[in-house]
Design a binder for this molecule. Structure first.
Ligand code: GAR
Length: 188
């Protein structure tokens, strides 16, 4: 199985889906480490599965460049075939892009190129779109500008709040992400 490293900042429901999918006999990948930029609740999914975790905090580094370098070092130490940003709420800097370029993917809760950035669900709702969804993309130096690998659509309901809409997006996002990760690791 090809090693993958997952980066998170939040609840880790996408990470949990990746871990659950690993139980399939034909799963082509293995999550070998989970790294967060904060005490993300989602780290618990990794801990209970016995997977090494690490927190690389920006506040514990002199500046952004030092944090970027530390993050790249932590990730590359695991020699991942693929790096998956699953709700990782910071931009990846040049060191990680240089070390793992073309092998980093991100999942985003909107239909890119619409509504990039940290508030994809809120921004789509505020704009009044009737259909939104999620995108799995290749990570490049821009903000959610990389090549689109897969997308799924979700209808917006009249009564939706950011939370209710995000919940329905996550329901389609998790299998979509698992599918892309399986596809990319099977092909390598
Ligand atoms: C996911 O919906 C992901 O698309 C989003 O954060 C959520 C994390 O959920 N990421 C972004 O908004 C990145 N800009 P999770 O922690 O439950 O997997």
């Amino acid at each position: 199985r090809l090693p993958i490293v997952v980066l998170i900042s939040g609840t880790g429901s996408n990470l949990a889906a990746l871990l659950a999918a690993e139980r399939a006999a034909d799963c082509p990948y293995e999550v070998v480490a989970v790294i967060a930029d904060r005490d993300a609740p989602g780290l618990e999914h990794a801990r209970s599965a016995g997977i090494p975790t690490q927190v690389v905090r920006l506040s514990e580094h002199p500046d952004r460049a030092a944090w970027d370098a530390a993050l790249a070092e932590s990730v590359t130490a695991h020699r991942p075939a693929l790096v998956v940003l699953a709700g990782f709420m910071k931009l990846v800097g040049p060191p990680l892009l240089e070390a793992c370029g073309g092998r980093i993917i991100n999942t985003h809760p909107a239909l890119l190129p619409s509504f990039p950035g940290a508030h994809g669900v809120r921004d789509a709702l505020a704009h009044g779109v009737k259909i939104t969804g999620c995108s799995v993309i290749e990570v490049d130096a821009g903000v959610d500008t990389g090549q689109i690998l897969a997308q799924a659509a979700v209808e917006v309901r009249e009564e939706d709040t950011e939370a209710s809409l995000h919940e329905r997006i996550k329901a389609v996002e998790q299998p979509l992400l698992v599918d892309v990760v399986r596809r990319l690791t099977a092909a390598r």
